[in-house]
Design a protein around this ligand. Structure first.
Ligand SMILES: CC(C)(COP(=O)(O)OP(=O)(O)OC[C@H]1O[C@@H](n2cnc3c(N)ncnc32)[C@H](O)[C@@H]1OP(=O)(O)O)[C@@H](O)C(=O)NCCC(=O)NCCS
Length: 175
């Protein structure tokens, strides 16, 4: 297993991993499958994406940061996403990916990271607890998917503690 920054050519695998959860669960609130082309539009800006791969180089999961809310003052807060391929969960890949992503975000100068978890999701709650997030609150009936309303818990982790003005966030990879 290894972890590296994502590349454009990873996005077919990233879309396939995501589409499993879109089609079969309420973990992801999309209704329609995503394409590599749609996802790659979010790649390459100030928010990093990482993948974990098998020995043979197959992408087994990814973790990414993105915009939480788009008004200017929110720039130093990012929202995370993390998906491990069906069949590769529960082997430590998610934890290892998140550790790399969180260290990178802190180094870039992000002030905190937030994550929304559709309830119930014991693995994701355990992961966020282990990685130092705290539960902020729950939005009840936040989404309708697969014939039911679903609550979403929001979690937050503090990152860079810079005094005064926050740093300018660099565009593009830092690796
Ligand atoms: C949630 C997810 C990213 C976690 O990644 P993972 O590789 O399966 O989890 P890990 O093996 O790294 O385990 C991380 C921690 O969660 C715990 N954990 C894992 N699966 C668990 C489960 N089903 N129930 C309870 N705890 C669990 C592990 O024990 C570990 O804690 P530890 O470090 O104290 O041992 C992964 O299961 C996944 O992709 N799930 C589907 C998509 C999803 O839910 N994404 C997150 C959306 S918010």
């Amino acid at each position: 297993m290894s972890i590296r920054p994502a590349r454009v050519e990873d996005f077919e695998a990233i879309a396939a991993i995501t589409n499993h959860y879109i089609a079969t669960t309420a973990i992801h609130f999309g209704y329609e499958p995503v394409t590599a082309g749609e996802l790659v539009k979010y790649f390459g800006g100030k928010h990093p994406w990482f993948v974990t791969t098998s020995e043979a180089g197959e992408v087994l999961g990814y973790a990414k940061a993105g915009t939480w809310r788009d008004r200017a003052a929110y720039a130093w807060t990012c929202e995370l996403g993390l998906y491990i391929a069906d069949g590769a969960r529960g082997r430590g890949l998610g934890r290892a990916l998140y550790d790399v992503l969180l260290a990178d975000l802190e180094q870039r100068g992000f002030r905190s990271a937030v994550a929304g978890i559709t309830m119930p999701n014991a693995a994701s709650v355990a992961l966020h607890e282990r990685c130092g997030f705290t539960r902020v609150g729950t939005f009840v009936d936040a989404g309708w998917k697969l014939g039911a309303w679903h609550a979403v818990e929001f979690w937050q982790k503090p990152l860079a503690r810079v005094q005064g003005e926050p740093p300018v966030l660099a565009e593009g990879p830092r690796h």
